[in-house]
Ligand binder design. Sequence first.
Ligand SMILES: [Zn+2]
Length: 180
Amino acid sequence: MTTPPFDIVSTAEIRVVSAQLGREARGVVGIAARCTCGNPTVVATSPRLPQGTPFPTFYYLTHPAATAEMSRLEADQVMVELTDLLHENDEVQAAYTRAHEAYLVDRAQYGDVPEVDGISAGGMPTRIKCLHALAGHALAAGPGVNPIGDLALERSHWSPARCECDDPGAALREDEATTT
Ligand SMILES: [Zn+2]
């Protein structure tokens, strides 16, 4: 788990992320979380993409097994259940608001983008709209920062501690090849 500042992203890491997404990775400024094998699971993305488009989702979940699990949870009405929890529990609401603020602070280190000013991701701070975004934040920030993302990951059958990558360790292995 990593929040800014990030290490320089390698071409091998970008290649793995592009393979995960099935398209060219754009605007990646850091690897925010990894599988136990070292492959990225969450990337940090510039709040303004290279073509100029504003992009609020700073922490973007890229791992196919993880995104599939979040989609399954969303289809299982988990968002409805977590929304009830959010509205009924003052502590969870307060922590979720702090998560929203932390998200904006992290992203602001990569530039101010007026179009997304005050807008974080996933529905924060008052709604739950995307478990992918909230789990991405939870994986990047570590447990105890994003309460809803933490709960989504607890429900998930995917875990970064158990590798389900198509090509385990590819992000690191190719790095070694290029530096020797
Ligand atoms: Zn892996």
